[in-house]
Ligand binder design. Structure first.
Ligand code: TUI
Length: 315
């Protein structure tokens, strides 16, 4: 069985962490992943701080296993959620799209394990100095807000730079990707896109269908001109967004306004003018199944491909 420092640190059976997907990662998905032996996460991006609190309370009813909360640091209520998770006794937090340094002291004092998501060596080092317990290094293959570096070169460079455990993210959807991440020195994998089609994932059926139909070339990155690059499925929305942002006659505020609310529209309404955030690995996601089957497949298949490689290819 593949084990690492991450399992011991977080009290989980398998080093599989569910992505903190905005509007998607609710109590239902988080509890299912945690009950399967991975680490489920609840997103801070929901209908406000009290809605996130309600999801945390629901998750405690659905599982007695460890779970965490992901805080999107660019959201206006990030500070509120940062305080609320202390009140609710949350034990693990991951953060995205910024630096969580200003919350670190309060979280550490509350005994919370802090796992920032980073997209560069510099930020990984800064997070280690600030007291992070582990980090997620996320390559630009991932869905949603992306950095510039890709998983294959990013992970080993971060692993070499820090002493704390590194969890790999970006492009991992099956046991082969997980095995590769472990070979790069990661001690865990964070997976988002494949969990979008989990039975316990409450996204609109259209979202699931689009993921299941995706191919290798189905995603694109928009928002670079706004300083907020986002990877999502190619749709009428993404094409129009790309056209608007490349048009010198459209001002950035208009482009921004066009994108506002688009993720929620995709997740809850299956609207074609929604933003279907997904990673490049969407083309690898072929069937809907329980979260437990996904967690177990990721680890058991990783183990199998490593064993088979050693048995068949090393003399
Ligand atoms: O956070 C993510 N991915 C996300 S957040 C999100 S929410 C959203 N986005 C757009 C529209 C509506 C909702 C969707 N996807 N991933 C973690 C991540 N963080 N990847 C890269 C980073 C990152 C980038 C820059 C972290 C820190 C950073 O700079 C830190 C600094 O120095 O301020």
């Amino acid at each position: 069985m593949i084990k690492s420092r991450i399992c011991q640190m977080l009290g989980i059976e398998y080093p599989v962490i569910q992505g903190g997907m905005a509007w998607v990662a609710d109590a239902s998905l988080a509890a299912a992943v945690s009950n399967a032996g991975g680490l489920g996460l609840i997103s801070s991006i929901n209908a406000g701080t009290e809605a996130v609190r309600a999801e945390i309370r629901k998750c405690k009813e659905l599982t007695n296993k460890p779970f965490g909360v992901n805080i999107m640091l660019q959201s206006p209520n990030a500070g509120e959620v940062a305080q609320m998770i202390i009140e609710e006794g949350v034990r693990i937090v991951t953060t995205g799209a910024g630096s969580p340094v200003k919350y670190m002291e309060a979280w550490k004092a509350a005994g919370i394990k802090v796992i920032p998501v980073v997209a560069s060596v510099a930020l990984a080092l800064k997070m280690q100095r600030a007291g992070a317990d582990a980090i997620v290094a996320e390559g630009a293959e991932s869905g949603g807000h992306v950095g510039e570096l890709h998983t294959l070169p990013l992970i080993p460079q971060v692993v070499d730079a820090v002493d704390i455990p590194v969890i790999a993210a970006g492009g991992i959807a099956d046991g082969r990707g997980a095995a590769a991440a472990f070979m790069l020195g990661a001690e865990g994998v964070q997976v988002g896109t494949r969990f979008l089609v989990a039975d316990e994932c409450n996204v609109h059926p259209t979202y699931k269908e689009r993921i299941l139909k995706a191919t290798d070339i189905s995603t694109t990155v928009t928002g670079k001109t706004l300083g907020h690059p986002v990877r999502s499925l190619k749709t009428p929305f993404s094409r129009e967004f790309a056209k608007m942002e490349s048009d010198p006659n459209t001002n950035p505020e208009e482009v921004l306004a066009f994108g506002t609310g688009s993720l929620r529209k995709a997740v809850q309404e299956g609207d074609e003018y929604g933003s279907y955030m997904a990673g490049e690995c969407a083309g690898l996601v072929r069937k809907a199944e329980p979260a437990r089957a996904i967690v177990e497949d990721l680890i058991l298949s990783a183990e199998r491909v490593i064993r088979e490689f050693v048995a068949n290819n090393i003399e």
